[in-house]
Write a protein that binds this ligand. Structure first.
Ligand SMILES: Nc1nc2c(c(=O)[nH]1)N[C@H]1C(S)=C(S)[C@@H](COP(=O)(O)O)O[C@H]1N2
Ligand SMILES: [Mo]
Length: 403
């Protein structure tokens, strides 16, 4: 097996630029599109690609997602507002409130009570932004131009949301929960809420729906919601409220900022590219579609003729499980199976690998395609265009040169 890290950077860049013209893979090449002072992304891996600095948004290139579990410093960052400054005294006084018209009582719990009075659980849960893959939409969709890297799978520790909801008491008419966090609106108006989304009660009551304070055994990174966040694996990550200080139990679909209108919604019925869609014809995104990512080798790798390459990566399918995984090196004409591991637990991504012999010299692309347990496959091309550019689960591809 060739060690790809030995490829000199100059040679790699030369090859990469050829691929950009030759293969149309520019979108997945991961060129930095912004540079900024490192303090904004304090604690994050320098390889993250910044898409916006106010609010700060950064994605993880595919080769940096190669770990079985995404390390905290490589976990993508998606903010709608400004990151709160959180001091030690704020942590001492941090409380979580559970209330709402469909809550029997109002409860206010300190961080310490939360960590000591309820049973703790740890699950591997995949978070993917609903807009991951937006960069490929044509006509383009406004918003962060995520390529493939608004996804990660962490080992999250916390308490079950269900236990907290039951602690306050859930009325029969409960329909939805909504979250509030302590980030700051871009206008810096303290009365404006940045984002307040939620999930139906049925999702909130699942075993794996967590109020988490730890990622991979350590405090959450500030950028990922320290000291407390929701984690709903498999659903648009926008449901997973960061800097959490309040949960409301609603007797209707939650209607906080970015829950209504066109935010995190897609047309209920398919529309032609570029169409305008009325708000009432937009439906809330729930479980994310089946998807996969090749995390090794890095696109642009050069291998010797007759050397075999063992590719690897992860696959996930929202609330469902991935059942089959395939690769193609002939632009989808033929597909061969990959070895696919079962998930560590429900809603965790699954790892795949395949050892690929390349038949000749030249330029190849490796395409990967996952199929979920209902037989639904990733499409090769961008699926249903939608105004805000959500749910692009098209196959990931990397370039390989055999020489
Ligand atoms: N309070 C708060 N929670 C939030 C957001 C936010 O801007 N503020 N962004 C949401 C969105 S759109 C996504 S994709 C995820 C991103 O989580 P991460 O930054 O930890 O990767 O957080 C969600 N939770
Ligand atoms: Mo998101």
């Amino acid at each position: 097996m060739k060690d790809y890290s030995s490829v000199s950077r100059r040679k790699f860049l030369k090859l990469q630029s050829k691929f950009v013209f030759g293969a149309g893979l520019a979108g997945s090449m991961g060129w930095p599109r912004w540079s900024l002072s490192t303090s904004d992304l304090a604690g994050k891996h320098p390889g993250l690609v910044v898409l916006n600095d106010r609010p700060i948004n950064a994605e993880t290139p595919p080769h940096l997602l190669d770990d079985l579990l995404t390390p905290a410093d490589k976990f993508f960052v998606r903010n709608n507002g400004l990151v709160p400054q959180i001091s030690g005294s704020m942590i001492d006084q941090w409380t979580l409130t559970i209330e709402g018209e469909a809550a029997t009582t109002k409860k206010v719990i300190s961080l310490n009570e939360l960590k000591t009075k309820f049973t703790q659980y740890t699950y591997q849960l995949t978070l993917e932004c609903g807009g991951n893959g937006r960069a490929e939409f044509s006509p383009p969709a406004k918003g962060n131009q995520w390529t493939t890297g608004a996804v990660g799978c962490g080992n999250w520790t916390g308490v079950r949301l269900r236990d907290l909801l039951n602690y306050a008491g859930i009325k029969d008419n409960a329909q939805y929960i909504g979250y509030y966090g302590r980030d700051i609106h871009l206008s810096q108006d303290p009365n404006k809420v940045v984002i307040s989304r939620g999930v139906p009660i049925s999702k909130a009551m699942e075993d794996e729906s967590l109020i988490a304070w730890a990622l991979n055994g350590e405090d959450l990174p500030l950028l990922n919601g320290y000291p407390l966040r929701l984690v709903f694996g498999g659903w648009p990550a926008s449901c997973s409220g960061k800097w959490l200080n309040k949960i409301v139990i609603r007797d209707q679909v939650h209607d906080g900022p970015k829950m209504t209108g066109q935010s995190y919604r897609v047309p209920c019925k398919p529309v032609a590219p570029g169409a305008e869609v009325a708000d009432e014809d937009m439906c809330i995104i729930e479980s994310m579609p089946v998807k996969s990512l090749i995390t090794y080798p890095k696109t642009g790798a050069i291998i010797k003729k007759d050397a075999k390459v063992t590719i690897r990566g992860h696959a996930w399918a929202g609330d469902r499980q991935v059942k089959e995984m395939y690769y193609s090196i002939d632009f989808g004409m033929t597909w061969l199976p990959c070895q696919l591991d079962p998930p560590a637990n429900r809603l965790a991504w699954q790892h795949f690998q395949a050892t690929i012999p390349f038949p000749n010299y030249g330029y190849y692309e490796v395409w990967a395609r996952a199929v979920d347990d209902q037989g639904r496959s990733q499409p090769m091309l961008l699926p249903g265009w939608n105004p805000r550019g959500y749910l692009n689960n098209a196959c990931h591809r990397i370039a390989i040169k055999v020489q």
